[in-house]
Design a protein around this ligand. Structure first.
Ligand code: PLP
Length: 456
């Protein structure tokens, strides 16, 4: 695979301090030109802990969680049935993150048995779990039901039967939400669009498939259908289509009320709010997003004579993304005159597959030169045996030198959680930084970890 032709990106006179929403909340450039996050010197941290290293700004994670809660609480008079913010663990999850979710009073959306196990291991109350997956295995369903997961999101009729069987075995009635694909197109990457009809997720409205699924759920002993779920996609910058999708789902709720006499009490609108990966990106704020969701649920329900249900959101990227950065050391620099300059780092597609997968764009900087303008344009390449192994294409950067610490911003979501051991690369450590201290919350993998599962 060859790289896309170099784009005509101009060197950027801005320094790190001008990157605005791309930066973690506590990022600051101190007098010596070093980048500090959480009061910790990123050059010093990279030297001490080694690279590649994921670093999370704990204050930023917490304030994004607060922002979701505050946005709902400030509208609580309009939310008679309440709300839940369920952090989507697929964006980034380890024990420390589950504990933050717990401390900040959020629920947790888990996809698959592994995320469920992480949540339980960290002591999160199972009632706060929303269990997801378009093909949950019978074992995963059993694990979720027997653990007492608060809600399971149903993606198919077969799954509904399996959940009911598991509920019977465990002698419980399982609360479920039914996932609807509202047929609404959002402007994001095709691979992360999920709400269209042509999707492996959920029940489509076509041919009454969703309505029939709802009836099946209402008629199945062992499950209690508490509401409907939708998720239109991820990295959504124009949030207007949420109103349309909510309206479609509210229409279905009204039909259920009219034809089955059942008022469904919850509407889970999923996640998807986009973040700034580039300095010029202008995502909606968490408050505007929640405002639009509450306004549209209220409007769509009142037009149909329905009460406003409990509203659930499942943000992942907009909590973890901007709070996380990745530190690398520059190993080699290769100039191809008239083509591009490669800056090779000690990680790559094994710790961040997003660029290789869908040409994601990132801002980067040299941690020790953060006060200087980024006068070069480079391609930050990884160390893996793939030509497509790049982390940033045509990115403005300060004059790089071998040994520099390179910071990639906005890597907090879907990087660690999609990491691999390609080329036998041990996965990076994860550090949380706050109040001038760094703590390693997940240690670096070792070569022994790589071999630990092999027989003989
Ligand atoms: C069902 C569901 N909920 C929540 C999310 C989180 O989305 P995001 O990280 O874009 O907020 C996803 C991600 O694709 C999802 O599939």
């Amino acid at each position: 695979m060859s790289l896309p032709a170099p784009r005509n990106v101009r060197p950027d006179r801005r320094s790190v301090s001008d990157l605005g929403a791309v930066l973690p909340e506590t990022a600051e450039v101190r007098e010596d030109g070093h980048l500090f996050v959480g009061g910790v010197d990123m050059v010093e941290l990279a030297g001490r802990e080694g690279t590649a290293l994921y670093v999370y700004d704990e204050a930023d994670l917490r304030s994004r969680m607060h922002a979701y809660r505050d946005a709902f609480e400030s509208r609580s008079a309009r939310l008679p049935a309440g709300f839940d913010v369920a952090y989507a663990g697929k964006a980034f999850l380890n024990r420390a993150m589950v504990r933050l979710v717990d401390e900040e009073g959020l629920c947790l959306d888990v996809s698959g048995g592994g995320e469920l196990a992480r949540a339980l291991d960290a002591g999160l109350a199972p009632a706060r779990l929303v269990a997801h997956g378009n093909n949950k295995t019978p074992l995963e369903i059993e694990e979720a039901v027997s653990a007492g997961a608060g809600r399971i999101v149903v993606d198919s009729p077969i799954e509904l039967e399996r959940i009911a069987e598991a509920a019977e075995r465990n002698n419980v009635v399982q609360d479920v939400l039914l996932r609807i694909t509202p047929g609404v197109v959002v402007d994001t990457n095709d691979y992360i669009t999920t709400g269209t009809e042509d999707s492996k997720f959920g029940f489509t409205l076509r041919d009454d498939i969703a309505f029939d699924g709802i009836c099946q759920a209402l008629d199945t002993p062992g499950v209690r259908l508490v509401g409907l779920h939708m998720h239109v996609g991820s990295q959504v910058l124009d949030i207007a289509p949420y109103a349309k999708a909510v309206d479609v789902v509210a229409g279905l709720m009204a039909r259920v009320a009219a034809e089955r006499g059942v008022a469904l009490g919850q509407l889970d609108v999923g996640g998807g709010l986009g973040i700034a990966y580039q300095a010029e990106d202008e995502p909606s704020s968490i408050d505007s997003f929640v405002g639009l969701v509450v306004d549209s649920v209220e409007r769509s329900c009142s037009e149909r004579g329905l009460c406003v249900p409990r509203i659930v959101v499942e943000p992942g990227r907009s909590i973890a993304g901007p709070a996380g950065i990745t530190l690398y050391h520059v190993g080699t620099i290769k100039e191809l005159p008239g083509i591009r300059t490669f800056v090779d780092v000690d990680g790559g597609m094994s710790d961040n597959i997003r660029t290789a997968l869908y040409h994601a764009d990132y801002e980067c900087a040299i941690a020790s030169k953060a006060a200087s303008p980024r006068t070069c344009v480079v391609t930050v390449a990884g160390k893996h045996c793939e030509s497509g192994d790049v982390v940033a294409l045509d990115a403005p950067l300060q004059e790089p030198e071998v040994g520099d610490v390179l910071v990639m911003f906005g890597t907090g979501a879907y990087c660690n959680s999609m990491a691999s051991n390609y080329n036998g690369q041990p996965r990076p450590a994860i550090a949380f930084v706050a109040d001038g201290e760094a703590r390693i919350v997940t240690r670096r993998e070792t070569y022994a970890d790589l071999m630990a599962r092999d027989a003989g």
